[in-house]
Design a binder for this molecule. Structure first.
Ligand SMILES: [Zn+2]
Length: 137
């Protein structure tokens, strides 16, 4: 890490994004989550749907919370007309009863991160099942 590609993650010193090389494809649950989040996005939904299909995972959280850094092929999809905001989120309850939340972060119009965290501040054990969540735009 050279410090120039810092990614903002939620509180917790355990969370540290580690670059993976080469980038990998989203697994089926990640793909489903990102697709549902793109569907939930009100503004720029069309762009996010395209980007969700063309996203690759370039970073993973060292803490194992399931947060992934994303890169989108800019030739494949136009940028969304918003910057630095969270166009969609999801939440649900784990079997433990804890509330888990997922947000997508956008940089320069492109999906940059899908972040998973617990409302209580602990470290989630990976992304929850996409079907178990409710989605908000
Ligand atoms: Zn994490």
């Amino acid at each position: 890490m050279n410090g120039t590609d810092e990614v903002e993650v939620f509180a917790g010193e355990d969370h540290r994004m580690v670059r993976i090389s080469p980038p990998r494809k989203l697994n089926s649950n990640e793909q489903q989550l990102l697709g549902k989040l793109a569907d939930a996005a009100g503004w720029s939904q069309t762009e996010f749907r395209c980007q969700a299909k063309h996203a690759a995972v370039i970073e993973e959280c060292a803490a194992g919370c399931g947060t992934v850094g994303l890169a989108v092929d800019a030739d494949a999809c136009p940028p969304a007309a918003l910057h630095g905001t969270n166009p969609a989120s999801a939440q649900g309850r784990l079997r433990s009863g804890e509330q888990v939340r997922i947000v997508i972060l956008v940089e320069q119009g492109y999906l940059r991160q899908m972040e998973c965290y617990l409302a209580t501040g602990g470290v989630p054990r990976g992304l929850p099942n996409a079907d178990a969540l409710e989605y908000y735009g």
